[in-house]
Design a protein around this ligand. Structure first.
Ligand code: NAD
Ligand code: WQD
Length: 337
């Protein structure tokens, strides 16, 4: 059993990871400043897991508050989710992204060094690859040019880890590059419930279907793909959450000497039109959508080779695109009641 600090535990992926960690016998402490979430999420996590969650309102930018958490607990590992994540917002407010995502992470790493915590897991993103020349992308695929300040914070985060791992070889690092997380816990007690307006495809689909939006705009139908729309790799949030538990266990068990970087995707690329079609099948209704111009900064196609995570973590996705759309739709109907 490990004691794990989860930053951003009230958020979308963080809350599902709390559930998975607890389900696998680990102890958790969560910190969040509710910039993009609500503390009521913890009650839902408690209901699902039937256990009390130790959580605190802490902003990573406040070093005294952060230090207090490390004074109060002895952690075996830290999973670092807390970050701002909207690509469009980051273009308009780059300094908030650098302050929150970079300065917050530096504070956290200072605490790891000061308090002797040995294992650190970082939420990175497939956006670090940019427009890759070869698909599927493997972990050694060159880092591309960042399409946004948000994506750049993930690249810088990975570089900070590379430097800190040299200076502090006693700390073990795992970098998890998520592809496109979607879906919700099967209980429908937790799901994606950001304070900020959703811009990602799956929530935009469910919001359109429920009537919160008039129509889904499909950004571009003239890409060089099988139906002209962009290809992405959608991964169920439950599968993603479980990878974090496996990563904690891997770092503690194997004590890897170098940074362990893993792609976390399904390995399957789906076009926007295929995602819409899957939604229409599982929800048994037609979706109102129309083709519009390309969205600036979109890569044409990206999907993962996850064989390294399979080999070293023993991880492979258990849920598919239908499960994603089914749970995302059930979650939308539940939260819109
Ligand atoms: P989220 O916004 O739902 O969760 C992030 C949580 O961090 C929120 O609860 C927010 O309130 C909190 N937070 C932000 N800044 C904070 C700070 N300074 N101090 C304390 N708490 C703070 O996002 P998510 O989708 O769960 O993403 C989690 C992580 O995964 C992020 O680092 C994100 O960049 C990364 N990621 C997400 C996706 C995705 O599509 N969801 C894809 C790749 C990577
Ligand atoms: C998916 C596809 C759109 C909305 C972003 C970040 C990435 C990661 C995941 C955090 C694209 C199309 C979308 C819509 C559409 N996040 N689309 N109409 O762009 O792959 O990745 O979120 O780390 O870093 O860049 O995800 O869900 O926005 O888009 O046609 O209203 O759906 O063009 O092809 P994306 P997405």
């Amino acid at each position: 059993m490990a004691k794990v600090l989860v930053t951003g535990g009230a958020g979308y992926i963080g809350s599902h990871t709390l559930v998975d960690l607890i389900d696998h016998g680990h102890a958790v402490v969560s910190i969040d400043n509710y910039l993009n979430s609500d503390p009521s999420v913890y009650q839902s996590v408690e209901k699902i897991t039937n256990s009390k969650i130790d959580y605190e309102d802490v902003d990573l930018k406040s070093m005294p508050d952060l230090k207090r958490v490390f004074e109060e607990h002895t952690f075996d590992a830290v999973i670092h989710f807390a970050a701002l994540k909207s690509v469009g917002d980051s273009v308009e407010n780059p300094l908030s992204y650098y302050e929150n995502n970079i300065a917050g992470m530096v504070n956290l790493l200072k605490c790891l060094v000061e308090y002797g915590v040995e294992n650190f897991i970082f939420s990175s993103s497939c956006s670090v690859y940019g427009n890759a020349d070869e698909l599927p992308v493997v972990e050694s695929t060159p880092i591309g040019s960042a399409e946004s300040p948000y994506a750049r914070t993930k690249q810088i985060g990975e570089q900070i880890i590379a430097d800190v791992s040299v200076a502090h070889p006693d700390i073990r690092f795992c970098v998890l590059r998520y592809f496109n997380p979607a879906g919700a816990h099967p209980s429908i007690l937790i799901g994606e419930s950001a304070r900020n307006k959703a811009n990602n495809l799956v929530p935009v689909i469910t919001e359109t279907a429920i009537g919160k939006r008039a129509a889904l705009h499909v950004f571009g139908d003239n890409y060089d793909t099988r139906d002209g729309t962009c290809i992405r790799d959608y991964i169920h949030v439950m599968d993603l959450a479980h990878a974090h538990t496996l990563a904690v266990e891997y770092l503690i068990r194997e004590k890897p000497q170098s940074i362990a970087t893993f792609n976390l995707g399904s390995g399957t690329g789906s076009t926007v039109l295929e995602v819409i079609k899957t939604f229409e099948q599982v929800a048994d209704q037609k979706l109102n959508f129309k083709m519009v111009d390309r969205r600036p900064g979109d890569v044409e196609a990206v999907y993962a080779d996850y064989s390294l995570a399979k080999e070293l973590l023993g991880w492979s996705p258990q849920l598919d695109l239908k499960d994603i759309m089914r749970t995302a739709w059930a979650w939308e109907q539940h939260r819109s009641k």
